[in-house]
Design a protein around this ligand. Structure first.
Ligand SMILES: [Zn+2]
Length: 261
């Protein structure tokens, strides 16, 4: 059954812990990290990782959305649902943290240009350098950082309408999964775009339902040794559902498909 939280020592679970958890499952080494691997997954027998970053999926927002969704809550029920501390209220530094396990002051990636210029090795590059097939499916600028460095890179222009962006991400995810990567990193933008466009709960829910459907297709396209990590990068930071109070936290779900047979 799902549990609400899993504290690690003196601090709570944080987005810093995502990369160390993925690295441990993949059997690779992050040379530096400010986070720790979440040990709940140790006994699940996973060898591959699908990491799905959902822009603006705050913890409270997820709790509200869950009753409207099917596949993500089903995964959550088989795993753990945690409230994870964020490291930034901005997308680029938060994603750099998710993919490196480093605090923003240590990875120093604060904008898209910084991401391009950084020599920091994040988990897709480390996986690939360790001989594991890695895939990154995300917004074009972010994906280009990985071009030529890992096996599968697909970028989607971020001027597409939110639903078109997420549908294209979904298609690329499924194509990539058919090549059986050991690590797939995927990024959905629809909820964040809806918030930035000043749209309300109905549109945010529609964006979430589209992502949820894709997650269902992704689960069906993977084996039962695949760890699914689904997390937000920061709570909603724009529009009418903007989360102003601290502490700000996002949802972090760790789960895997049950053995089929
Ligand atoms: Zn974001």
């Amino acid at each position: 059954m799902a549990s609400e939280s899993a504290p690690t020592g003196i601090r709570g679970i944080s987005l810093l812990d995502v990369a160390p958890t993925a690295a441990k499952v993949l059997g690779i080494n992050l040379t530096q990290s400010d986070g720790v691997a979440i040990d709940a997954v140790d006994c699940w027998g996973c060898r591959s990782v699908v990491l799905i970053i959902v822009d603006s999926l705050g913890y409270d927002l997820y709790r509200w959305l869950a009753s409207h969704l099917t596949n993500i809550p089903a995964l959550a029920k088989r795993g753990v649902v945690m409230k994870a501390e964020t490291v930034s209220n901005h997308t680029t530094p938060a994603i750099a943290t998710i993919l490196s396990g480093l605090l923003p002051e240590h990875h120093s990636i604060f904008d898209k240009q910084g991401a391009k210029e950084s020599s920091l090795l994040s988990i897709p590059e480390i996986a690939s350098a360790s001989g594991l097939k890695a895939a990154v499916i995300m917004e074009k600028n972010g994906a280009e950082v990985y071009s030529g460095l890992i096996e599968i890179v697909r970028g989607v222009p971020d001027d597409l309408a939110p639903e078109d962006f997420d549908r294209q991400i979904c298609r690329y995810n499924l194509e990539a999964l058919s090549e059986r990567p050991r690590l797939l990193v995927s990024y959905f933008i629809g909820i964040d775009k809806a918030a930035h466009m000043g749209l309300g709960p109905a549109e945010i829910r529609s964006a979430a339902i589209l992502i949820d459907r894709c997650v269902g297709e992704m689960v069906a396209a993977t084996d039962d040794e695949t760890l699914f990590i689904i997390c937000g990068d920061h709570p909603v930071h724009a529009g009418i559902l903007k989360r102003a109070e601290k502490p700000s936290s996002v949802v972090l779900i760790l789960s895997k498909e049950m053995a089929r047979g």
